[in-house]
Design a protein around this ligand. Structure first.
Ligand code: PMP
Length: 350
């Protein structure tokens, strides 16, 4: 089977993988260099990632035993599937959504059930509940042991409402995993439900996007201590290196800078959306750091190639369910967004 990879090309403007266009603040690197100087590199790292989990738990107002960390949120998702998926079990996903969810399901031999979204790409709670009650019959004994939401959803950009998530948490037969890789752009978080004691909810977060640390590969889960134990049981020994544990702990001290970065991106996202509207390009509202768009009269492949010809890389998502003709552009710096808009303008009016 093919692996999951976003095509990477050597271009001037990379707007294809939803990273932060800005690095972490300079003070973070000074602190990290100092911490690196006293790392005990000859010893295995703290298997419990005690300091990091303490810092994350304080950040979210939960207990340290409710936090599980891994090498990027992708590895968190993989651990969830290793623990709760597998042959004879199924995961419920709502397409179009982050393609890695169903990819990891396939890798772990977990069946995939697909639920519906509304025209605006929201999860339809009523249809989902109907499906959940029918799924036992549909799948033999394989009711979904994992139901996945992505909020804000990649690649459509919309967040799920609190009531949809609460409703589903009450209806799922197993675990409700809410992937909040772009959570800081949303007006609410399902971590509220975890804090409120909901045993079915597991929220996935990452340092790769708003924390501007994609290269360091760190993600985590906020959930019940029981789910944390299950994920720890399936993770490899010492999977989280000491340098990364330090990096995550130190990054959290720079929350105000992270919030300021998010605010700048939200402003730039507004600029992109209104410029796309002016260009008569179809674009969807977004609660994240990317925008889904479609150029009337052109195939996505043509638009993608003509942008690449001008050294601008976006993501062609036209092969994903329900997204015929669509592309996804990450919100970059003001300059990068300007170059993208100029290049797109030339695609439309050569
Ligand atoms: N979840 C979603 C919805 C994403 O878009 C991404 C990154 N593309 C991830 C998880 C994975 O991020 P990482 O492994 O870098 O934490």
């Amino acid at each position: 089977m093919p692996g999951y990879h976003s095509p990477q090309l050597d271009v001037a403007v990379r707007l294809n993988t939803n990273e932060s266009p800005e690095p972490p603040p300079p003070a973070f690197f000074g602190e990290l260099a100092e911490a690196a100087g006293s790392l005990q590199a000859n010893r295995y790292p703290d298997r419990q990632a005690t300091e990091l989990r303490q810092a994350i738990s304080e950040h979210h107002g939960v207990q340290p035993d409710q936090v599980f960390c891994a090498n990027g949120s992708n590895e968190v998702l993989q651990c969830l599937f290793l623990a709760y998926g597998g042959p004879g079990r199924a995961a419920l996903v709502f397409e179009p959504t982050y393609a890695l969810h169903s990819h990891i399901a396939r890798l772990t031999g977990t069946g995939v059930v697909r639920g519906e979204r509304t025209a605006a790409f929201a999860v339809d709670g009523d249809l989902a509940k109907e499906l959940l009650s029918a799924s036992a019959a549909q799948l033999g004994e394989r009711e979904p042991s994992i139901t996945l939401l992505c909020s804000p959803n990649n690649p459509t950009g919309n967040s799920e409402t609190r009531s949809t998530v609460e409703d589903l948490a009450g209806a799922v037969p197993g675990l409700l995993v809410v992937d909040e890789a772009y959570g800081q752009f949303s007006s609410w978080s399902a971590i509220d439900l975890v804090r409120g004691g909901d045993p079915a909810v597991a929220v996935v977060r990452t340092f790769s996007k708003t924390w501007a640390m994609a290269a360091l590969r760190l993600g985590y889960l906020v959930t019940t201590s029981e789910v944390v134990k299950a994920c720890s049981a399936v993770s490899l020994p010492y999977h989280l290196d000491a340098f990364k544990q330090q990096a995550g702990t130190l990054a959290l001290r720079h929350e105000p800078e992270m919030r300021a970065r998010v605010a700048r991106l939200v402003e730039q996202r507004g600029r992109l959306l209104s410029a796309l509207f002016d260009l008569s390009v179809e674009a969807w509202p977004s609660d994240a750091n990317f925008v889904l768009f479609r150029v009337p009269g052109c195939t996505a492949g043509e638009v993608w190639q003509r942008l690449v010809d001008q050294s601008v890389l976006v993501r062609d998502v036209s092969g994903w369910p329900r997204l015929e003709g669509c592309l996804r552009v990450t919100v970059g710096t003001a300059e990068e967004n300007g170059r993208f808009l100029e290049a797109l303008g030339r695609v439309l009016r050569p």
